[in-house]
Design a binder for this molecule. Structure first.
Ligand code: NAD
Ligand code: TYD
Length: 354
């Protein structure tokens, strides 16, 4: 399989990015992986401890909003491919601070596009700019049958999804206007190891362990399509290497769950693995005020990816959830450092402010 000499992965210290970095470093030893991450609250180098000493891995702390820094990285490492994951990613935070989302997700993406365009200067042979996006750009499904396809009209509702939609438009504009060789994927909700415990699954696992309330928004009837994170990383790998330039690919788990049903599975599995009696933690379920503008249902039609590149999710949900709960139970140090904020003090000392 073709592989590039130097690939720039942005947001590699985050949840999905760390799985993509690990996959590239281990699978493509002939390729140098440059991980550029600002180390916001969501970035944690502990996610990459097992590969940080590898010869084909470099970490650079930088903000994708810093255009000069991005240009310098393209020049210094002769970057030939980009997998862009750096973003503000949590819907609830976007409701309280939409500007941070416009800055990083829109302007940061534009910076990277411009840096790639200038560095590659029309010499696009073998170059790829891969933008990792979300199914949330398509808006909310209001019935139980329709699925998001690559042709679904964009209709974002949250500041997060609006910022991701905007970044997708810039990526396509750079392809249509300048011929930049771009690829885009829009994926459904991910879960698995190293996810920051503000998102539903890791937050609830942690709360079940600690016997804290489980805040279910509204009636818990919203539906999400869940995909194990390593299956997403594998899809990114296939699309990066085999997908068509200029194309969009939807990625999804074909695995829809109403929040309340998923939460009951989480409670069952976590109680079981903790050796607690069945149903012990159900009383922790606490219905709280709904999220503003809460999208009812997301569900992906991933048939293009299956048909054209032969990709399929590898894990059944029950197995993925067991693996995930097991991982959080087996990694209390990681979880404690993240929930206490200790990891951030450490990086502030090591790198200072940017
Ligand atoms: P995350 O919040 O866990 O990680 C984001 C990473 O980006 C962090 O390491 C953070 O430090 C870094 N970052 C943020 N702002 C930065 C900046 N200005 N400069 C450099 N680095 C910066 O996010 P995630 O869940 O891993 O999502 C990664 C990507 O995948 C995002 O683009 C997101 O929109 C997309 N996505 C996520 C999901 C999901 O379920 N988590 C689903 C589909 C698509
Ligand atoms: P989340 O993990 O934040 O992902 P997204 O909003 O990107 O889909 O939330 C998943 C679902 O769980 C979503 O419908 C909101 C809901 N939710 C809760 O009910 N309680 C919570 O504390 C959180 C974080 C999410």
């Amino acid at each position: 399989m073709m592989s590039l000499r130097t690939i720039l992965i942005t947001g590699g210290a985050g949840f999905i990015g760390s799985h993509v970095v690990r996959r590239w470093v281990e699978r493509y030893p002939e390729c140098c992986v440059v991980n550029v991450d600002k180390l916001t609250y969501a970035g944690n180098l502990a996610n990459l401890k097992d590969i940080e000493a590898k010869a084909n891995y470099v970490f650079v702390r930088a903000d994708i909003c810093d255009f000069d820094a991005m240009q310098a990285i393209f020049a210094k490492y002769a970057v030939e491919g980009v997998i862009h994951l750096a973003a503000e990613s949590h819907v609830d935070r976007s409701i309280t601070d939409p500007f941070a989302f416009a800055r990083t997700n829109v302007l940061g993406t534009l910076n990277l596009l411009q840096a790639a365009k200038l560095a590659w200067a029309g010499n696009y042979a073998g170059k790829v700019f891969y933008h990792v996006s979300t199914d949330e750009v398509y808006g909310a499904l209001t019935d139980n049958e329709t699925l998001f396809t690559e042709a679904t009209r964009y209709d974002p509702h949250s500041p997060y999804s609006a910022s991701k939609a905007s970044s997708d438009h810039f990526v396509r504009a750079f392809h249509d206007t300048y011929g930049l060789p771009v690829k885009i994927s829009n994926c459904s909700n991910n879960y698995g190891p190293y996810q920051f415990p503000e998102k539903l699954i890791p937050l609830f696992i942690n709360n079940i362990v600690q016997e804290k309330p489980l805040p279910v928004y509204g009636k818990g009837e919203n539906v999400r399509d869940w995909l194990y994170v390593e299956d997403h990383a594998r899809a990114i790998d296939q699309i990066f290497h085999e997908g068509r330039v200029g194309d969009t690919y939807n990625i999804g788990g074909c695995n829809e769950w109403r929040n309340i049903d998923l939460i009951k599975v989480l409670i069952r599995v976590t109680d079981e693995l903790l050796g607690r009696p069945a149903g012990k933690s159900e009383h922790l379920i606490t219905y709280v005020t709904d999220r503003a503008g809460h999208d009812l249902r997301y569900a992906i039609d991933a048939s293009k990816l299956r048909r054209e590149l032969g990709w399929e999710p590898s894990l059944q949900f029950e197995e993925g959830i067991r693996r995930t709960v097991r991982w959080y139970l087996d990694n209390p140090v990681w979880l404690n450092e993240v929930t206490s904020g200790e990891y951030q003090h450490y990086y502030a000392k090591m790198y200072g402010k940017i």
